[in-house]
Design a protein around this ligand. Sequence first.
Ligand SMILES: C[S@@+](CC[C@H](N)C(=O)[O-])C[C@H]1O[C@@H](n2cnc3c(N)ncnc32)[C@H](O)[C@@H]1O
Length: 272
Amino acid sequence: MAYRLFEGKDHASIYQKYRFTPPNDLKNIIIQYLDKKKGQPHVLAVDLGCGTGQNSRLLAPHFKEVVGIDISECQLGEARAVPGYPNITYRTGTAEQLPFPDGSVDLLTAASAAHWFDPSRFLAEASRILKPGGCMALLGYSDSNTRLHYQDCGDRLKHIYEEGKQVLLPYTSNPVLVTEGKLEELYSAIPFPDKERIESFQEKSLISVRNLVGFIESWSMFQAFKKKDPQRGEDLLVHIQRRFLEEMGATSPDTEIEWELEYFCVLASKPQ
Ligand SMILES: C[S@@+](CC[C@H](N)C(=O)[O-])C[C@H]1O[C@@H](n2cnc3c(N)ncnc32)[C@H](O)[C@@H]1O
């Protein structure tokens, strides 16, 4: 059974607005890995569960062609609306049944998405479509080590963030909880001997209170919570934003916080 928690038009536009692009330095590690294992040319990258295309766009300068695949047509509609990437195409599809011939793909990625896939069917497809030496890179972030810094109140801000997550816990799907294990089970199941894991890749950036609240709004568990009770959903976001600003002694939601996110990445290369 496929999970379909990213289908709504509103959810897709929130995704486009508030989701982060993966770190450039992590992307460089992935490209270097591909260079080492398969070498040039970099012809085709396929970005699975591409959502609104943040990771697909990051890959675009490195490949002749990038194809973003997602099960949600609304997410793809937002991705297609971003101009300036003539070598990217977006196609509706699933990670478990991929529309590519055997041995045709240089790099297969999934950013914050592989936890939603059926592991054995996805890995069978990945093994089939990758070229010899072709690579997969399954990246994501582990939220339990997220750190917030603003003057001396970072720990209190983290506490407010965690309280919000607690409210949403009953609406949190098992695959989301699995990401805290940094895809360990999926990593073990990859049938290639040549594989490795980056367990911790820290990315520091600035984020406004408004965008942090928007990020929470993009979560599948927030959307499930809001679907059940739209007013409580709205109230929760207003409450989190107000508590952040109070703690910071700030009035504008455009005030920025330093935000530390811990990414991970599973890398594997198909035997030559
Ligand atoms: C958390 S979002 C990540 C989107 C994007 N890669 C990013 O980094 O922001 C997960 C995406 O995976 C898609 N998805 C879930 N299950 C899928 C499947 N079996 N095959 C393809 N896409 C899937 C969802 O529709 C959603 O757009």
